[in-house]
Design a protein around this ligand. Structure first.
Ligand SMILES: Cc1ncc(COP(=O)(O)O)c(C=O)c1O
Length: 402
């Protein structure tokens, strides 16, 4: 019996989650696998955040919350957007959901007609594509080349927009490439969008705190205030506060869009967990020193990976400007053979080889719409990263060019 509807036919489960699942099952079977597949911080949720959740449960915050978010969390988000991003939003322009992923789902569900287009900057977070496909919309991929630091240019954006375009997705710092835009670059993209008022821009800013080399984060919405009616700012607490399991994401945008998203959420989940929302409010309102420590650790690990990759002929990596991934180029290795004589035609085969031979779990660039690359997460201990790079180096050295 086929249980799945045809809507699910083109949809793929999350590749990084699948790689991680496979790595876990190999570890459970006694294999010494290093999992660099999944993107989550390797530290625990800070204690004051857990205590806020405890207090919320004890004080009776155990009933259905408001569908679009508790007043306490919305207030914290409004404060955060003002304090950190120089953005003025009211509570009615803010929406809370079960992770940024569900925010994106609700936004697309609320706004997309079948066949409408969503422009994705390749390499992209693979859920953007799969959410479009679930909804019968058309993801359209805009190649953002390594030579331009994986960034979208105004010319590429302008050329891609059609009357069917509904959304453009901008993610900075980006997963998987760590791309970051200057205010001027955001404004140049904004000028294109101003000429196409039927197009909405989603700015996924979930990695805003993981930014390197002393750079300050600039929100698209702050750079292009004239596009307020076309802009949805998406963010969440998963990455900055090591709260991936709490499932709280949020967004800010035009009130009518927020109302449509709330209608969607009222039929999906009736809102996000009240206790997790109290924890997220404590994260946004509380001390930020853990975030700063994590950012410094990520930068040190980024430097380590850049150094190690530079010493491996056949691999390339420009230092990522933010987020906790490295998207490593492996074009020179395509077509080579493994010691067992198997040909490596693409990055899928290369990642399979790294897993089989080197016992390192990585994700192929094809997942993110740009090949040949592979992604590793740098949110792992230095010791683990060093061991993984030793193994990757051995695997690459063992390849025979043809
Ligand atoms: C770019 C990007 N946006 C959104 C998300 C989803 O985050 P959340 O845990 O809040 O659903 C992720 C998670 O990997 C991500 O990389």
């Amino acid at each position: 019996m086929n249980y799945a509807s045809s809507r699910l036919t083109p949809v793929k489960p999350s590749a990084s989650a699948a790689v991680s699942q496979l790595a876990k099952s190999l570890v459970a079977a006694g294999e010494d696998v290093i999992d660099l597949g999944l993107g989550e911080p390797d530290f625990q949720t800070p204690k004051h955040i857990i205590e806020a959740a405890h207090q919320a449960a004890l004080s009776g915050q155990t009933k259905y919350p408001p569908t679009d978010g508790t007043a306490e969390l919305k207030d914290a988000i409004v404060g955060k957007l003002k304090r950190e991003n120089q953005l003025d939003y009211s509570q009615a322009e803010v929406f809370v959901s079960n992770g940024a992923k569900q925010v994106i789902f609700a936004a697309f569900m609320a706004t997309l007609e079948p066949e409408q287009e969503v422009l994705l900057c390749a390499p992209f977070f693979d859920s953007y594509k799969n959410i479009c496909l679930v909804l019968g919309a058309q993801p359209k991929f805009l190649a953002c080349k390594a030579s331009n630091k994986f960034k979208l240019t105004p010319a590429v954006l302008e050329a891609a927009i059609t009357p069917k375009t509904r959304w453009v997705l901008l993610n900075a710092p980006s997963n998987p490439a760590g791309a970051v835009y200057s205010t001027e670059e955001l404004q140049a993209l904004g000028e294109v969008l101003a000429r196409h008022p039927h197009v909405l821009l989603m700015s996924d800013e979930i990695y805003e705190h993981i930014l390197f080399d002393g750079a300050n984060f600039v929100s698209f919405a702050a750079s292009c205030p004239q596009l307020r009616d076309q802009t949805l700012v998406v963010n969440g607490v998963s990455k900055a506060y090591a709260m991936t399991g709490w499932r709280i994401g949020y967004c800010a945008g035009p009130q009518k869009l927020i109302a449509a998203m709330t209608k969607v959420q009222s039929q999906i989940s009736s809102g996000a967990c009240s206790i997790a929302q109290a924890a997220a409010a404590a994260a946004l309102n509380g001390p930020q020193d853990e975030v700063r420590r994590f950012r410094a650790a990520c930068e040190q690990r980024r430097n380590l990976i850049v150094q190690r990759v530079a010493a491996i002929p056949g691999l390339t990596l420009d230092p990522p400007a933010g987020a906790f991934y490295a998207l490593i180029g492996c074009e020179a290795l395509m077509g080579s053979r493994t010691p067992a004589g198997e040909r490596i035609p693409d990055d899928n085969a290369f990642c399979q080889y790294l897993l089989n031979q080197g016992k390192v779990a990585t994700v192929p660039g094809s997942t993110y719409g740009l090949s040949p690359f592979f992604r590793i997460t740098t949110a792992a201990s230095e010791e683990q990263l060093k061991r993984a790079m030793d193994r990757i180096e051995q695997c690459v050295t063992a390849l025979v060019s043809t």
